[in-house]
Design a protein around this ligand. Structure first.
Ligand code: FES
Ligand code: FE2
Length: 376
């Protein structure tokens, strides 16, 4: 199922069951979240050796932790003995090892099995074979991205490539030095909507004039409904009177030191399929990570990242946080209003996309192709 034309102006969306069918969600878990690079945690959330976080990636729980030499590692959160979940908390810190609370098999911070009750009485057991199952990990923009695939796709093509496709080159995003920025605020949204409604919403701006009064005040071109991601390299320009990317257009912070002149007073949005949105403005970066938990539930963690000096000086970031927090709330409410209708007979064969939304058809075609036509 792709973009069947309804009329030259209107093309079809996905049918409603794509947003409600547990079987399609299962296919997405397998074919997308467990197969592609998945942005799991902010690296700086794991401060020192022994710090760990657990995250849901598709149907798996994954531990991301820092080893003794300060490097990040990722493992399936499963004890190799009889399968008990190893880390029960969402975050924590261990001293030297991860110990299973069932029969006390113990793993070092590189996942090696180092101890187990009576292990010495089983000389034939090769410990090396019973280490934690490692998960591929890459760091980019100061986040740990993990991939459960046996042969992960090219990170450069599928993740960095999304930014290159949107901005025209990789230098444009590197200049924000997102990996060095400090977390000013994190808000977690528990959205009662399918993850694709959230992606589609992020990719279009037809709704901006209706639901985003503050955002369209700061970015007047958004009021015309044209999403900035239409044109390679284009960033939406701040309104003339606007002094900063804040809820009332008041002054923000000093612009990030390495960004180019043409990136000043501009907003760039990047979608890294399937679950990440990156928003670049001159003085901060806002990064959304989605955790699709069910066909009708998605947890979104949104980080506001600033120059370390801004956070170090305890500057008040509330006006800058408030702008996108409102945008998030407005967007997620719209998605939640849409979700129940996906199961309605009125939406059995879907809805329509107007010309300013036609690029969503590319997302739909990508999705159905990845799912291999299963369930279409
Ligand atoms: S299941 Fe973990 S030690 Fe037995
Ligand atoms: Fe929006």
């Amino acid at each position: 199922m792709t973009t069947t034309p309804v009329s030259p102006s209107l093309i079809a969306t996905l049918p409603g069951h794509y947003y409600t069918d547990p079987e399609i969600f299962r296919q997405e878990q397998e074919g997308l979240f467990e197969s592609m690079w998945f942005c799991a945690v902010r690296s700086s959330d794991l401060e020192g050796p022994g710090a760990f976080r657990t995250v849901q990636v598709g149907r798996e729980s994954v531990i991301v932790s820092r080893n003794r030499s300060g490097e990040l590692r990722a493992f399936l959160n499963i004890c190799r003995h009889r399968g008990a979940r190893l880390c029960l908390e969402q975050s924590g810190e261990v001293r030297r090892s991860l110990q299973c609370s069932y029969h006390a098999w113990t793993y070092d911070l590189d996942g090696r099995l180092i101890a187990a009750p009576n292990l010495v009485k089983m000389p034939d057991v090769d410990r090396a074979e019973y280490g934690l199952v490692a998960v591929a990990l890459r760091e980019w923009l100061g986040y740990a991205w993990v991939c459960l695939a046996d042969e992960p796709p090219s990170f450069e093509e599928t993740v960095v490539g999304a930014a290159v496709e949107r901005l025209g080159d990789s230098a444009s995003i590197e200049r924000y030095r997102t990996e060095n920025l400090a977390l000013g605020r994190r808000i977690t949204y528990d959205v009662k909507a399918n993850w694709k409604l959230i992606v589609e919403n992020f990719m279009e701006c037809y709704h901006c004039a209706t639901i985003h009064p503050e955002l369209t005040e700061v970015l007047p071109e958004f009021a015309d409904g044209y999403a900035a991601q239409y044109y390679v390299g284009h960033g939406a320009e701040f309104g003339e009177e606007v002094r900063g990317f804040t809820v009332d257009g008041s002054e923000g912070f000093a612009r990030l030191p390495e960004i180019a002149e043409e990136q000043d007073r501009r907003y760039y949005a990047i979608t890294v399929k399937p679950t990440v949105f990156i928003n670049l403005v001159p003085d901060h970066v806002i990064l959304h990570r989605m955790f699709p938990l069910a066909e009708d539930r998605t947890v979104v963690e949104c980080d506001w990242l600033y120059a370390p000096e801004v956070i170090g000086s305890r500057a008040d970031v509330s006006k800058s946080v408030e702008l996108f927090h409102r945008v998030n709330t407005q967007d997620f409410e719209a998605c939640e209003r849409t979700q129940p209708a996906m199961a309605s007979r009125a939406y059995r064969s879907g809805g329509v996309l107007v010309p300013t939304e036609h690029h969503l058809g590319i997302f739909h075609a990508w999705l159905t192709e990845r799912l291999g036509g299963m369930g279409a």
